[in-house]
Each structure stands twice: as C-alpha cells, then as structure tokens.
Ligand binder design. Structure first.
Ligand SMILES: C[S@@+](CC[C@H](N)C(=O)[O-])C[C@H]1O[C@@H](n2cnc3c(N)ncnc32)[C@H](O)[C@@H]1O
Length: 457
C-alpha cells in the first residue's frame, strides 16, 4: 500500500480519525471535485497543515475539510493516510471558532487579471484541476474591457477558443450537462427546437442496429456551429454518417443537408428526426461525387462541416463508391473531388471544417490524411485557417499502448484534428458568425444546470 506523503513541516500531527469536521453543510463537493483533490494530494502530498481548534479533548477542523473528505476515496484508491500535519489555532469558544472558519474561507481581495497574469507567468499546470476558494472550478477570465457582462471565456464562447480541446475537461463535461438542461427546457415547452436530452439521443443512436461506428461528439458539433456558421445558416455535410450533426444543427436552428452513400444509415437517421422539432435536417442518399446533381440547383452553404472516412480505418460498406473501400490513391482522388464540389457550393466569405484523424497503411506508416485534407481544400481555393486538436480517450488508450510501442514505436493516438478553412475574407466570414452570448448564458444558467445534474445523477 502506498502512503500519502506529508510535504510540510509542523510541530504537531494527528491521525485523521481524531479530527472532527466542524463546518457542517457549509460547502458542497461533488465526486468530480473530490477526485481532483485526490489527484492533487497524490501529486503534491499533504502540503498544507490542517488548522485545528482544540476544545474539551476534541480536535475540530477549521481548515482542510476537503482533504479530509477525500480520505475515503484515497483509501479506496489504495493509499494509506499517515498522521496529518496540524497547527492548533486558538479560539475562546465555538462562536469565535466559527468566525475564524468563515474568515479562512473569505477572500479579502479580488483576483484581477493583471495580478493573475503576473502570478501564473511561466506556470505549466492543468487549469481544470484548480478550484477557487468559493469552490467553483477555475475558468479563464474574459478580459476584453468593453465586454464585462460575462465572467469567463467559457461563458462567452462555450469553451476558451484555444487550440487544444479536452473532452475530459470540466468545461466540456459541463457543456454536456448544459445540453441536458436545454432538454429540460424543451420538455417544459420552451425552446421547442432544442434536444430532448443528450443521454436519450446517445442511447437511441447506440441502440440502433447499424454497425458500431464512432459517434460524433455533440459538444464539438455545437461549438463548431456556433463559432463558424451564421445564425440560421445552411450547413453542408458531404459524409453525413450518423444523425448527430444533423440533429444538433436542427436543434440549434440551423438548416442541415447531409449526404451519405448508405441507404440504411440515411433511413436510420430519419427514424430519429422527431427529436428535432422545427428545422428538420435533410439527409440525401447518394455518392457525394454526384452532389452537382443531387443537391437542389441554387443550393448554397454557409458552412461545410463533416467527418470523412479516415481512409480505410472503419469500412462502412462494400459499395465500390464507398471511400472507405478504396485503396489510398483512389481514396485521395475521390476525396479531393468531393471537397472541390462541396467548396463550389460554399458561399464566399464562409468557413468550412473537417474533423479528421490519421490512419495507418498495412505497413504501419501514416497515409497523411491530415496534410492531404489541407491540400485538397487549398486546391479547391479554400484556405487553411485554424487547427485544433481534440484530445480523447486517454485512459482507454493508455491501457493498450505499451505493446505497439515496444514492438514498433507506434505512439498511441489520443487526438483528432479539427481543420478549419476559409473561403474568401476571414474577417467578413467572422462578422457573419455572431455568437449569441445571451443564449449561451441562458443555456447554462445555474438553476437549469442544477436540475440537469439531478436528472443525470
Ligand atoms: C466518418 S463516417 C461518418 C461516421 C462518423 N461516425 C460520424 O458520424 O461522423 C463517413 C461516412 O462517409 C460515408 N461515405 C463513404 N463514401 C461516400 C461517398 N462516396 N459519398 C457519400 N458518403 C460516403 C460513409 O457511408 C460514412 O457514413
């Protein structure tokens, strides 16, 4: 059994069982918060003493309740707890002890952006693990002086617009809960177009009898639509696959047209169309190389959003027109053709986004799908503009990576590449995509969130 290290020096120590909690229900902690606290204790040791008020042979905790609450979880994880470093604090009676406890929890001062910037300069740390004294998880502050209405970048843009997206992070998970709260609104008859709830959607999709495919992340979908598509705009998806991108689009009041080769997939998607109340997505069955004729004449997209086959990583059907069935040179040619035709339908001054990941050939080398996607868009006159890395599946991959790495030095891939392109002028394209902040704030308002959490629990 590993013992938790004590990484501070005090004159006194106490077994944790001898310390009595003193703050009642003052603070609430979720399992997620306790898990983060455990990881922090494992990483840094017990690095601050418990503050103790001794009264009539009882040792009351004035500070360090969170860490005490994390003890059972640490023990479950296989750690033993040494006597804890303590500092005895004087108080004449219970009232003064309570007052001291509250003062320990008060913030005499405000963390402003300048001071914060200077303090964190050069620090490399996982921000998602940091909690403010109020118990809230830390979020990047929004520092635009004229935009003081929202507290954080996440509140303003859903997630901070930085080049790494972490699916496991607090803000991503919070957003999933926010989707649930939109669902609750819809049950009350408000925001009718919104999703019933994400859990139901996922279950429905997983429950379908189609071959098990990777399911597209709904949060990623929402973020890309809100950032890069004008409100109510037309989305074109030339490799539609499952229903998620269509359903999220319709639920957020965008028009969506997806094309997919497989009839069974298109039929399964239409089975789920009732989830969307107003703007029903449209799925067309066909080879996207024929979109010249399959799309209505005059069809123009405000945003292209798709997730193509990653070469032959997942084979979707035996149809010769299925790109996942082709050898790579043939794939590359058909892929370039589809991208060119889709880009021809994209309005001037608009964005496009493909979510892709590398795949390996039989001899283990990468095909180069990521650079080939960039080349195909550039050949179509649509320019490479942003790349974001979506970090996924760390735990599952970590369990299986060793064998391949030892044998052939293959690194476990835990990311996908989100490639964003622009046709025309990026400033004009951005001006068309105004993010409705009030809608975002409403969508994640406290009350709704709390209700959503109750439903998920
Ligand atoms: C990456 S998958 C999409 C599935 C993925 N899990 C998703 O939901 O994003 C790519 C899709 O491209 C479709 N596809 C392959 N060749 C095609 C072609 N020539 N025209 C249209 N769709 C095609 C496949 O049927 C498959 O559903």
């Amino acid at each position: 059994m590993n013992e938790i290290r004590v990484t501070c020096k005090t004159a006194d120590s106490l077994p944790y069982g001898d310390i009595t909690p003193f703050q009642g229900k003052l603070k609430k902690r979720t399992d997620e918060m306790l898990g983060k606290l455990c990881r922090s204790i494992i990483k840094h040791g017990w690095s601050f003493p418990e503050f103790i008020w001794k009264s009539e042979n009882m040792n009351y905790c004035l500070d360090g309740h969170g860490r005490l609450a994390a003890v059972p979880m640490l023990e479950k994880m296989g750690y033993s707890i040494p006597p804890l470093p303590v500092v005895f604090v004087e108080a004449k009676d219970e009232s003064e002890a309570k007052e001291l406890l509250l003062k320990l929890n008060s913030q005499f001062g405000i963390i402003d952006v300048e001071g914060f910037r200077e303090f964190i300069n050069g620090l490399e740390m996982e921000w998602g693990d940091l909690a403010l004294p109020s118990g809230e998880l830390f979020e990047f502050p929004d520092i635009l002086p004229d935009e003081g209405k929202h507290r954080s970048l996440a509140e303003r843009f859903i997630i901070p617009p930085l080049s790494v997206f972490r699916v496991a992070s607090g803000y991503w998970q919070d957003r999933k809960k926010a989707w649930l709260s939109l669902g609750i609104k819809s049950e009350r008859g408000r925001n009718d177009g919104m999703l019933k709830n994400m859990a139901a959607l996922e279950k429905k999709i997983r429950g379908s009898n189609l071959p098990s495919e990777s399911i597209f992340d709904p949060v990623l979908c929402e973020i890309m639509y809100r950032w890069f598509c004008p409100a109510g705009g037309q989305i074109l998806d030339p490799f539609a696959g499952g229903s998620v991108r269509g359903i999220i689009a319709g639920s957020l009041n965008y028009d969506y047209t997806g094309i997919d080769l497989r009839q069974e997939q298109v039929l399964a998607n239409y089975e789920q169309i009732e989830i969307v109340k107003d703007k029903k997505p449209v799925w067309i069955c066909g080879d996207s190389r024929n979109m010249d004729t399959s799309l209505p004449s005059g069809f123009e997209a405000d945003f292209i959003f798709s997730c193509p086959p990653y070469a032959n990583l997942e084979v979707y059907s035996k149809q010769p027109e299925d790109l996942s069935n082709m050898d790579y040179p043939e794939f590359r040619a058909a892929y370039g053709d589809i991208i060119k035709k889709a880009c021809a339908r994209l309005k001037e001054d608009s964005f496009a986004c493909f979510v892709v990941g590398e795949a390996r050939s039989k001899i283990g080398t990468y095909y180069g799908l990521v650079p080939d996607t960039v080349k195909a868009f550039e050949e179509a006159g649509v320019h490479f503009y942003n790349e974001m890395i979506l970090v996924t599946q760390i735990a599952a991959k970590a369990l299986t990576v060793a064998e391949g790495f030892v044998k052939s030095r293959k690194i476990g891939k835990i990311h996908q590449n989100i490639l964003v392109f622009v046709k025309g002028d990026p400033i004009k394209a951005a001006a068309k995509c105004k993010i409705d902040r009030q809608e975002l704030i409403d969508a994640i308002s406290g009350e709704e969130k709390a209700e959503a959490e109750e439903v998920t629990a």
